[in-house]
Design a protein around this ligand. Structure first.
Ligand code: URA
Length: 216
Protein backbone atom coordinates (compact mmCIF):
# COMPACT_ATOMS: atom_id res chain seq x y z
CA UNK A 1 0.00 0.00 0.00
CA UNK A 2 1.27 3.48 -0.89
CA UNK A 3 0.00 6.48 1.05
CA UNK A 4 0.84 9.85 -0.49
CA UNK A 5 0.49 12.32 2.38
CA UNK A 6 0.25 15.28 -0.06
CA UNK A 7 -2.97 13.98 -1.56
CA UNK A 8 -4.82 15.94 1.11
CA UNK A 9 -4.09 19.64 1.57
CA UNK A 10 -2.16 20.05 4.80
CA UNK A 11 0.87 21.80 6.26
CA UNK A 12 2.94 18.82 5.18
CA UNK A 13 2.83 20.06 1.57
CA UNK A 14 4.27 23.36 2.78
CA UNK A 15 7.20 21.57 4.39
CA UNK A 16 7.82 19.53 1.24
CA UNK A 17 7.83 22.73 -0.85
CA UNK A 18 10.37 24.27 1.54
CA UNK A 19 12.56 21.16 1.32
CA UNK A 20 12.64 21.56 -2.46
CA UNK A 21 13.23 25.33 -2.52
CA UNK A 22 16.91 26.09 -3.22
CA UNK A 23 16.64 29.42 -1.37
CA UNK A 24 15.13 27.86 1.77
CA UNK A 25 17.65 25.00 1.51
CA UNK A 26 20.39 27.47 2.47
CA UNK A 27 19.00 27.25 6.01
CA UNK A 28 20.26 23.79 6.97
CA UNK A 29 18.47 23.83 10.30
CA UNK A 30 15.12 24.47 8.59
CA UNK A 31 15.86 21.68 6.10
CA UNK A 32 16.45 19.22 8.94
CA UNK A 33 13.46 20.48 10.90
CA UNK A 34 11.13 20.12 7.91
CA UNK A 35 12.22 16.49 7.50
CA UNK A 36 11.69 16.02 11.22
CA UNK A 37 8.18 17.50 11.00
CA UNK A 38 7.30 15.08 8.18
CA UNK A 39 8.56 12.25 10.41
CA UNK A 40 6.31 13.50 13.23
CA UNK A 41 3.21 13.62 11.03
CA UNK A 42 4.01 10.20 9.57
CA UNK A 43 4.37 8.79 13.10
CA UNK A 44 0.94 10.13 14.04
CA UNK A 45 -0.64 8.68 10.89
CA UNK A 46 1.06 5.29 11.33
CA UNK A 47 -0.04 5.16 14.97
CA UNK A 48 -3.67 4.97 13.77
CA UNK A 49 -2.81 1.56 12.28
CA UNK A 50 -1.09 0.09 15.36
CA UNK A 51 -2.53 -2.01 18.20
CA UNK A 52 -3.72 -0.22 21.35
CA UNK A 53 -4.86 -1.60 24.68
CA UNK A 54 -7.01 -0.33 27.53
CA UNK A 55 -5.16 0.70 30.67
CA UNK A 56 -6.39 2.05 33.99
CA UNK A 57 -4.44 5.19 34.87
CA UNK A 58 -4.44 6.59 38.38
CA UNK A 59 -4.98 10.35 38.25
CA UNK A 60 -4.87 12.56 41.38
CA UNK A 61 -8.70 12.39 41.39
CA UNK A 62 -9.56 8.86 40.30
CA UNK A 63 -9.04 6.15 37.72
CA UNK A 64 -9.17 6.93 33.99
CA UNK A 65 -9.64 4.23 31.38
CA UNK A 66 -7.07 5.11 28.71
CA UNK A 67 -5.97 3.66 25.40
CA UNK A 68 -2.23 3.17 25.15
CA UNK A 69 0.07 1.80 22.48
CA UNK A 70 0.31 -1.98 23.04
CA UNK A 71 3.83 -2.59 21.73
CA UNK A 72 6.69 -0.29 20.91
CA UNK A 73 7.78 -0.27 17.28
CA UNK A 74 11.37 -0.47 16.06
CA UNK A 75 12.46 2.68 14.23
CA UNK A 76 15.13 1.93 11.65
CA UNK A 77 16.94 4.47 9.56
CA UNK A 78 19.56 4.59 6.87
CA UNK A 79 22.58 6.74 7.72
CA UNK A 80 23.20 9.56 7.33
CA UNK A 81 20.37 11.24 5.42
CA UNK A 82 17.67 9.39 7.36
CA UNK A 83 18.56 10.93 10.71
CA UNK A 84 16.27 14.02 10.73
CA UNK A 85 13.24 12.03 9.53
CA UNK A 86 14.07 9.32 12.07
CA UNK A 87 14.28 11.93 14.80
CA UNK A 88 10.78 13.14 13.92
CA UNK A 89 9.43 9.60 14.24
CA UNK A 90 11.29 9.18 17.53
CA UNK A 91 9.83 12.44 18.88
CA UNK A 92 6.41 10.77 18.73
CA UNK A 93 7.26 7.09 19.25
CA UNK A 94 9.39 8.21 22.15
CA UNK A 95 9.80 4.77 23.74
CA UNK A 96 10.69 2.95 20.53
CA UNK A 97 13.77 0.82 20.00
CA UNK A 98 16.07 1.91 17.19
CA UNK A 99 18.07 0.36 14.38
CA UNK A 100 20.74 2.15 12.35
CA UNK A 101 21.98 0.95 9.00
CA UNK A 102 24.79 2.49 7.06
CA UNK A 103 23.96 1.97 3.37
CA UNK A 104 25.91 3.99 0.88
CA UNK A 105 26.28 4.26 -2.86
CA UNK A 106 29.68 3.01 -3.99
CA UNK A 107 30.17 4.86 -7.28
CA UNK A 108 32.04 3.30 -10.21
CA UNK A 109 33.99 5.17 -12.88
CA UNK A 110 31.33 4.36 -15.51
CA UNK A 111 28.70 6.30 -13.52
CA UNK A 112 26.93 3.22 -12.12
CA UNK A 113 26.83 2.48 -8.40
CA UNK A 114 26.16 -0.36 -6.02
CA UNK A 115 24.71 -0.26 -2.51
CA UNK A 116 27.00 -1.33 0.31
CA UNK A 117 25.88 -1.95 3.89
CA UNK A 118 28.57 -1.42 6.49
CA UNK A 119 27.65 -0.42 10.06
CA UNK A 120 24.47 -2.01 11.46
CA UNK A 121 23.00 -1.74 14.95
CA UNK A 122 19.71 -3.53 15.45
CA UNK A 123 17.43 -4.60 18.35
CA UNK A 124 15.27 -7.75 18.46
CA UNK A 125 12.87 -7.66 15.48
CA UNK A 126 10.82 -10.82 15.94
CA UNK A 127 7.10 -10.10 15.57
CA UNK A 128 7.59 -6.33 15.92
CA UNK A 129 6.41 -3.43 13.79
CA UNK A 130 9.40 -1.90 12.00
CA UNK A 131 9.27 1.66 10.64
CA UNK A 132 12.12 2.45 8.24
CA UNK A 133 12.87 6.06 7.34
CA UNK A 134 14.86 7.39 4.40
CA UNK A 135 14.13 10.86 2.96
CA UNK A 136 14.48 9.93 -0.72
CA UNK A 137 13.15 6.76 -2.32
CA UNK A 138 15.06 6.95 -5.63
CA UNK A 139 16.03 3.59 -7.20
CA UNK A 140 14.84 1.76 -4.07
CA UNK A 141 18.05 -0.30 -4.03
CA UNK A 142 19.22 0.78 -0.56
CA UNK A 143 15.76 0.33 0.94
CA UNK A 144 15.37 -3.17 -0.48
CA UNK A 145 18.85 -4.14 0.70
CA UNK A 146 18.05 -2.77 4.15
CA UNK A 147 14.72 -4.60 4.37
CA UNK A 148 16.35 -7.85 3.24
CA UNK A 149 18.96 -7.44 5.95
CA UNK A 150 16.31 -6.73 8.61
CA UNK A 151 14.22 -9.72 7.53
CA UNK A 152 17.29 -11.94 7.89
CA UNK A 153 17.64 -10.68 11.50
CA UNK A 154 14.06 -11.55 12.52
CA UNK A 155 10.46 -11.67 11.32
CA UNK A 156 8.84 -8.25 11.73
CA UNK A 157 5.02 -8.35 12.02
CA UNK A 158 4.74 -5.34 9.68
CA UNK A 159 7.07 -3.01 7.82
CA UNK A 160 6.27 0.66 7.26
CA UNK A 161 8.52 2.85 5.13
CA UNK A 162 8.55 6.64 5.56
CA UNK A 163 10.06 8.89 2.89
CA UNK A 164 9.79 12.60 2.11
CA UNK A 165 9.94 12.18 -1.69
CA UNK A 166 9.44 8.93 -3.57
CA UNK A 167 10.06 8.26 -7.24
CA UNK A 168 7.63 6.08 -9.20
CA UNK A 169 10.36 3.73 -10.47
CA UNK A 170 11.69 3.24 -6.93
CA UNK A 171 8.23 2.54 -5.56
CA UNK A 172 7.73 -0.17 -8.19
CA UNK A 173 11.12 -1.69 -7.39
CA UNK A 174 10.43 -1.79 -3.64
CA UNK A 175 6.99 -3.36 -4.05
CA UNK A 176 8.25 -5.98 -6.49
CA UNK A 177 10.56 -7.18 -3.74
CA UNK A 178 8.43 -6.28 -0.68
CA UNK A 179 4.74 -6.38 -1.66
CA UNK A 180 3.46 -6.34 1.93
CA UNK A 181 5.09 -3.10 3.06
CA UNK A 182 3.20 0.12 3.64
CA UNK A 183 4.87 3.19 2.14
CA UNK A 184 4.15 6.65 3.56
CA UNK A 185 5.49 9.42 1.36
CA UNK A 186 5.46 13.21 1.54
CA UNK A 187 5.01 13.33 -2.22
CA UNK A 188 5.80 11.41 -5.42
CA UNK A 189 7.91 12.52 -8.43
CA UNK A 190 8.11 10.68 -11.74
CA UNK A 191 11.63 11.23 -13.02
CA UNK A 192 14.95 9.67 -12.03
CA UNK A 193 18.30 10.68 -13.55
CA UNK A 194 20.89 8.14 -14.73
CA UNK A 195 22.83 8.95 -11.55
CA UNK A 196 19.85 8.02 -9.39
CA UNK A 197 18.63 11.51 -8.44
CA UNK A 198 14.92 12.31 -8.28
CA UNK A 199 13.65 15.12 -10.57
CA UNK A 200 12.48 17.67 -9.60
CA UNK A 201 13.26 16.17 -6.17
CA UNK A 202 15.33 18.37 -3.93
CA UNK A 203 18.98 17.49 -4.53
CA UNK A 204 21.13 15.51 -2.12
CA UNK A 205 19.22 15.24 1.15
CA UNK A 206 22.26 14.15 3.18
CA UNK A 207 24.40 17.04 1.95
CA UNK A 208 21.60 19.55 2.51
CA UNK A 209 21.06 18.32 6.07
CA UNK A 210 24.67 17.84 7.10
CA UNK A 211 27.03 19.38 4.51
CA UNK A 212 28.83 18.07 1.46
CA UNK A 213 30.89 14.91 1.82
CA UNK A 214 34.07 13.71 0.19
CA UNK A 215 33.25 10.93 -2.29
CA UNK A 216 34.75 7.62 -1.03
N1 URA B 1 19.17 10.65 -2.54
C1 URA B 1 19.08 11.99 -2.48
O1 URA B 1 19.53 12.59 -1.53
N2 URA B 1 18.49 12.64 -3.49
C2 URA B 1 17.95 12.02 -4.56
O2 URA B 1 17.40 12.67 -5.44
C3 URA B 1 18.06 10.62 -4.61
C4 URA B 1 18.66 9.95 -3.59
Amino acid sequence: MVINLSKQYSLLSNWVSELRDEEVQKDRMRFRRNLERIGEVAAFEISKHLAFEEKEIQTPLGIANCKVLKDQPVLATILRAGLPLHNGLLNYFDKADNAFISAYRKHHRDGTFEINLSYVSCPELEDRVVIISDPMLATGASLVKTIQFLRAEGHPSAIHIVVAIACTVGIEYVFRSEPNCTLWCGTIDDELTAKGYIVPGLGDAGDLAFGTKVQM
